[in-house]
Design a protein around this ligand. Structure first.
Ligand SMILES: *[C@@H]1O[C@H](CO)[C@@H](O)[C@H](O)[C@H]1NC(C)=O
Ligand SMILES: *[C@@H]1O[C@H](CO)[C@@H](O)[C@H](O)[C@H]1NC(C)=O
Ligand SMILES: *[C@@H]1O[C@H](CO)[C@@H](O)[C@H](O)[C@H]1NC(C)=O
Ligand SMILES: *[C@@H]1O[C@H](CO)[C@@H](O)[C@H](O)[C@H]1NC(C)=O
Ligand SMILES: *[C@@H]1O[C@H](CO)[C@@H](O)[C@H](O)[C@H]1NC(C)=O
Length: 339
């Protein structure tokens, strides 16, 4: 019964989180220093990262498969010993400043998995190039084993192992490019607005996915809460019944289940004490009876002894009597004369 109540409390706590979608994220410890966080959004990222108790012990941080569109070195300040940062399958766009990777306190050899994002190829090339010069071979930015194919969209290409958006030029250059495209309509395969639309769709897909997951979870929780309510009512009924079958004061059924339980336990304790007292007095009586038996046995023995001497005396008397009778017979005539 106690565990059921703990369960209820846990459910209520969980439900408290449900209305605020932004704060729902799920941190799972996969082994002693490997964490995975699901249901992350740009809005709850900082909160989620701060919820990890000893960030300096974390070696692997898996943030993959979320709708994250931004992340900065600041967010990861406390994680001073990272070996693997998995940012794959988020919606990081080329507007993300990859320079943040330089500011994270990685251990010497480490991996950052950026696959499955929408990073601009040019940004990646530039970043990887700069990085190679600065850090030689100490850093790795991918899972070296196996390459995952980018999808076959015309704009999605590959730099090293990264899927990226092949845009003609980064940032300022792109603006010029855009202007040019505007001036020559239908000349390019892809326009700035197409690209924005792609980004928007990708982000929307992830957000929809997240919302569906959360809605499902909410339904499951709501269902289990109503089940729990039912169980609490059953429990209350059981307690009410117990109270009436034990003939306890019926007014206590107005109190909560814990108080009822306490009253019932108290009743059983009193019952136990009473039985204990009965048992003690029965034992005492038994001892008294044993004592009595012993003294009766003594009495019987002495009476038997007395009976024996009386029998001896009786047979003596009988002997005497017989003797007297014999004598009476033999000298009957003489005696007749006397009387
Ligand atoms: C990152 O996460 C994805 C999805 O969970 C996984 O497939 C991939 O192997 C991970 N990358 C590394 C380097 O572990
Ligand atoms: C992408 O295209 C290449 C050839 O253009 C083809 O061999 C490959 O199977 C395609 N991949 C996917 C995932 O469709
Ligand atoms: C238990 O008894 C009280 C008082 O009689 C009543 O108010 C309450 O509804 C009962 N609970 C259940 C679950 O029957
Ligand atoms: C039996 O006889 C003896 C002597 O004759 C006497 O002292 C004794 O009291 C008698 N016992 C009983 C039980 O009458
Ligand atoms: C002895 O004899 C007399 C007379 O015959 C009789 O009355 C008496 O009862 C006898 N006594 C006994 C003890 O038998």
């Amino acid at each position: 019964m106690v565990s059921r109540q703990v369960c209820t409390v846990a459910l209520l706590l969980l439900c408290g989180f449900i209305p605020t979608y932004a704060s729902v994220y799920q941190v799972s410890l996969q082994n002693s220093n490997r964490y995975k966080i699901d249901y992350l959004t740009d809005g709850n990222l900082q909160h989620a990262l701060r919820s990890i108790a000893a960030p300096s012990n974390v070696k692997e941080l898996d943030l993959s498969g979320n709708p994250l569109s931004r992340i900065s070195a600041n967010d990861l300040n406390a994680f001073t010993n990272l070996e693997l940062l998995n940012l794959s399958s988020n919606v990081l766009f080329e507007t993300v400043d990859l320079g943040f990777l330089n500011d994270i306190h990685f251990r010497e050899a480490h991996t950052v998995d950026l696959r499955g994002n929408w990073l601009q190829c040019e940004s990646l090339r530039k970043f990887l190039g700069i990085d190679k010069q600065l850090n030689k071979n100490t850093r790795r930015y991918s899972n070296p084993v196996g390459e995952e194919p980018c999808n076959n969209q015309s704009e999605v290409k590959r730099v090293g192992i990264y899927c990226c958006d092949e845009l003609l030029a980064p940032f300022a250059d792109r603006l010029i490019d855009l202007k040019r495209k505007e001036l020559v309509p239908n000349s390019g395969q892809s326009t700035e607005s197409d690209r924005c639309e792609l980004e928007k769709q990708a982000r929307q897909r992830k957000i929809n996915e997240l919302q569906n997951k959360l809605t499902n979870e909410k339904n499951v929780l709501e269902k289990s809460i109503s089940e729990t309510d039912l169980e609490i009512i059953n429990l209350q009924n059981l307690l009410n019944e117990t109270v009436s079958s034990l003939q306890l004061d019926p007014s206590i059924t107005n109190q909560g289940p814990l108080q009822l339980l306490r009253a019932i336990v108290q009743w059983y304790e009193e019952q136990y004490e009473k039985e204990q007292r009965d048992k003690d007095s029965t034992i005492e009586m038994f001892h008294r009876l044993v004592q009595m038996e012993k003294s009766l046995r003594g009495d019987v023995e002495s009476l038997e002894k007395q009976k024996k001497t009386e029998q001896v005396n009786l047979s003596k008397v009988e002997d005497e009597l017989t003797e007297m009778e014999n004598r009476n017979d033999s000298d009957g005539d003489d005696n007749e004369d006397i009387f």
